[in-house]
Design a binder for this molecule. Sequence first.
Ligand code: 6PG
Length: 240
Amino acid sequence: MILQPFPDLERLSLAAAQLFARLAAEAVKTRGRFSVALSGGSTPRRTYEILAQPPYRDEVPWGCVHVFWGDERCVPPSDSRCNASMAREAWLNHVPVPSTQIHPISCHPAQEIGAREYESLFRDFFGGKPPRLDLVFLGLGADGHTASLFPNNAALNERERWTAAVQVPGEDIRRVTLTPVIINQAAVVAFIVAGAAKAGALKEVLQGPRDPRRLPGQLIEPENGELYWLVDRDAAQAMS
Ligand code: 6PG
């Protein structure tokens, strides 16, 4: 596990963009393609905006990039909560990734079907081989959730499936999420965590007792990959 603290969100976001660009160049050079699963929420927006600007806009081999999502809220694309719409508006609409290589999660009316469809997409993409995404970006909620893996949710118990349909108590929307089964097979997982509101969760996840049902962020342990925690000073303030 590599913990990298940064003074502020801007330098944290620059580092995340640099990590993306480095991994993309390496993957395309060695395997001819780069697969990434994006985090939702608001924290990664600045990273996405940076990737839409020079030098990354002009340097990344976008034609070989394949974009997935770590989770999605089942809302219309016009809804400000839609993770795919945020990434498209901040980034993907501004770089030449072929539209056939951008794979948003489709929240089928029957949520479970949407989850199964996304898993099938991965099975086709990886040709029946283990689903080794080159990079997974993740965020961390103040309650210790990541992707849409929330405390005490049934999806935390998934040991087979790569995706799960999620209903969060008190939320009026449904979600689809990747499960730790596929996330932990990635080559690189990078958390991007910023802001004082995350300080308690970050300290508990990284330095507290193991309690993954309460702190799903602790479920993320790449089996044969690298785990980065890219954090800003405010989020790291409670760490010893
Ligand atoms: C989601 C996200 C979620 C997010 C955290 C942090 O769709 O809800 O994937 O896991 O990363 O909730 O969100 P913020 O970056 O907005 O604090």
